[in-house]
Design a protein around this ligand. Structure first.
Ligand code: GTP
Ligand code: ZN
Length: 348
């Protein structure tokens, strides 16, 4: 029984001590503790163990040999054995990755030939876009929305620099497709609190192009962010965090600097500037548009649902609307869906 449950044991190397099954010697790593990955730096994983308890601590760990080819990312919940005290200089060993509730991916692109999982177990993607300087690019936002919906995550569009330009047009474009919109300006702390409200209790991944004000926002939300991203690795002794991988920060419940209570995670992704989306399946995107999904069930086999697809049931659905208002609404909804469908294959 233990053997069936202990997945990774099947891949373990034979024991030097003979043919006794490894599972009998170390049943399921019964001594393992569970941690959440909050940072990755050159093969060393930073984990928070016993989150929220008086024993909460940061443990540095590496992957067990049998997980060498398995990717462990920020947000993963993992089982760790070995030294899990979190004392300086100690190193634990990750032996298992727990089942993921969500997986945010991006496809290989020009700068990176591999499909990558960016973050695991997040439930919200926050697309940070400046209203000006730099100019907003709807193509980029669309691609983020597709990536999020593919991962079954919600999308929050955070429009920054509201002191420079109005937000009305972008709001009108995105709210109808289920995207929650918040507007901020760095000289208005109350606007940052409207963002915090939407992040509390959740695990949110922030993405955005350089210069949009993402760091400004994160520092306002998480005053200790700079310190947290600059963790010096106890084991390697190497310097500050210079890698471009994601970092998870605890979200304080309020703006006060001495607020020690936290609720939720803010995950910064310095390395992610855009999403390659070749891996996204139309069916997943359709699932994010429930009304359209039901209609598309009547489409011909292999229907792409694009504007040029013959006999697409979505076109009939628009034509069959009971009145002009409904027709306009359905038409707009279909246009949004098709825009996202097209964004999948467009380059940013
Ligand atoms: N006018 C205005 N400027 C802002 C606002 N928020 C941030 N900025 C400025 O925009 C510039 C870029 O802000 P950052 O927070 O560094 O942007 P970022 O998205 O983190 O960019 P990278 O650090 O390159 O990834 C800085 O000069 C900020 O002071 C805002 O609400 N209004
Ligand atoms: Zn169709």
């Amino acid at each position: 029984m233990a053997r069936a449950r202990d997945e990774h044991a099947r891949f373990a190397r034979p024991s030097k001590r003979g043919s006794r099954p490894r599972t009998k010697q170390r049943p399921e790593h019964a001594d393992a503790v569970t941690g959440q990955v909050v940072g990755v730096d050159r093969g060393r994983y930073q984990l928070v163990v016993d989150d929220g308890s008086p024993h909460e601590r940061t443990v540095v760990a590496m992957k067990a040999r049998e997980l060498t080819r398995t990717r462990v990312v920020v947000g993963d919940r993992v089982d760790v054995v070995g030294d899990t005290t979190g004392d300086a200089g100690t190193l634990g060993r990750i032996v298992r990755i727990q089942e993921r509730t969500s997986v945010l991916r991006r496809t290989a692109d020009d700068t990176d030939p591999y499909e990558r999982i960016v973050v695991a177990n997040a439930d919200q993607l926050v697309v940070v876009t400046a209203l000006a300087q730099p100019e907003p690019r709807t193509g980029m936002i669309d691609r983020c929305v597709v990536a999020a919906y593919d991962a079954r995550m919600d999308v929050l569009l955070c429009l920054t620099k509201a002191d420079l330009a109005p937000a009305d047009d972008l709001r009108a474009l995105y709210e109808p497709i289920g995207v929650d919109v918040v507007v901020t300006r760095s000289d208005d702390p109350a606007s940052v609190e409207t963002v915090r409200e939407r992040l509390l209790g959740r695990s949110s991944v922030l993405v955005g192009h350089s210069g949009v004000g993402k760091s400004t926002l994160i520092n306002a939300l998480v005053p200790e962010a700079r310190r947290a991203t600059g963790i010096v690795n106890d084991v390697t002794g190497r310097g500050r965090h210079t890698s471009t991988s994601a970092v998870a920060l605890r979200l304080p419940v309020g703006p006060a600097a001495d607020d020690t209570e936290h609720d939720g995670w803010v995950i910064d992704t310095p390395g992610v500037r855009s999403f390659g989306l070749a891996h996204v399946e139309t069916a997943h995107l359709l699932a994010a548009f429930e009304d359209l999904g039901a209609v598309a069930a009547a489409c011909p086999r292999g229907c792409t649902h694009l504007a040029d697809s013959p006999d697409c049931a979505l076109d009939d659905w628009v034509d069959d609307a009971p009145d002009d208002d409904a027709r306009a609404a359905r038409s707009a909804r279909l246009a949004s869906f098709r825009r996202l469908l097209t964004a999948r294959s467009a380059s940013d």
